[in-house]
Design a protein around this ligand. Structure first.
Ligand code: FES
Length: 273
């Protein structure tokens, strides 16, 4: 059993939990994920490792309440336990020490972007972070990002937090102002990653995307995370989650994602009734 050591509500739909999981904490690297089950009958869900501490044996997860399992997970409190907590899984992100990188997070994708920004910073890279949210109530991890970034830009759709605009507006502004990024790493809604890649393609900047948001069970069995990369079929949970964003077929990934969202909504309604 894996005890919840700490629970923190980050915004009305996003919760952070620190879990006692020493074996996972010992091996965890940026970009990897765990699969958890709330109870014996529960479904398996993959969640990115937002942080880990090998010395205390703790692993941090951040999740958005979008479906039945995340709703049940959110009902648990400090001292409660999870039935399964397996990992670390997936290939770790490639971290380069001598690069100037721009890490872009969108919404709850910032929970996945944060460990990547932190790993680049720790390795000695120059890190610019652009974090985008719909409005100020949804902002998460602002102070955490500032600690690991040489420059941090907060964007919101309605201008209620940071600057009004999209993450791609800020990215293009920085590029036009002379910033020379060796690499851009984008993590968030699939539509956001698509437009980040369209922007960076114009300026020939290598771009990595995390396709974690399209994963369903993380096992390589359900087929829900299938995507086309450079014309070849890949699985986000087995072959990724990181991919060369300029080679990903985002339109196909988005239509697959929508089909599963409808299923989740149905399951969630069934749980609430
Ligand atoms: Fe099910 Fe990858 S998430 S196969």
């Amino acid at each position: 059993m894996y005890t919840i050591l700490k629970k923190e509500v980050l915004n009305p739909t996003v919760t952070k939990m620190v879990i006692d999981a020493p074996f996972v904490a010992k091996r965890a690297k940026a970009g990897q994920f765990i699969i958890l089950r709330v109870d014996e009958q529960g479904e398996r869900i993959p969640l990115t490792i937002a942080d880990s501490d090998a010395s205390t044996g703790s692993v941090t997860i951040i999740f958005q309440i979008v479906g039945k399992t995340t709703m049940l997970l959110n009902e648990l409190n400090e001292g409660d336990s999870l039935h399964d907590f397996v990992g670390p899984l997936g290939k770790p992100s490639e971290i380069e020490a001598n690069e100037k990188v721009c890490v872009i997070g969108g919404g709850v994708g910032c929970a996945i972007a944060y460990p990547t920004a932190k790993a680049f910073h720790k390795a000695g890279a120059d890190v610019t972070t652009i974090a985008g949210f719909r409005n100020k109530d949804l902002v998460i991890l602002e102070e955490d990002f500032k600690e690991v970034s040489d420059a941090y830009y907060l964007m919101s759709d309605d201008g209620s937090a940071g600057e009004k605009g999209l993450v791609t507006n800020k990215l293009e502004e920085l590029i036009l102002n002379g910033e020379k990024f060796d690499r851009v790493i984008a993590i968030g809604p699939v539509i956001m990653m698509k437009f980040v890649c369209l922007t960076t393609k114009k300026y020939n900047i290598p771009t990595i995307v995390s396709m974690n948001p399209i994963m369903i069970d993380g096992t390589g069995m359900c087929g829900g995370c299938r995507l086309k990369v450079d014309g070849k079929m890949q699985f986000a949970c087995v072959d990724g989650p990181d991919f060369d964003g300029h080679l990903v077929d985002f339109d196909e990934a988005m239509s697959r994602n929508m089909a599963y969202r409808d299923f989740e909504l149905h399951e969630r309604e069934a749980t609430c009734n």
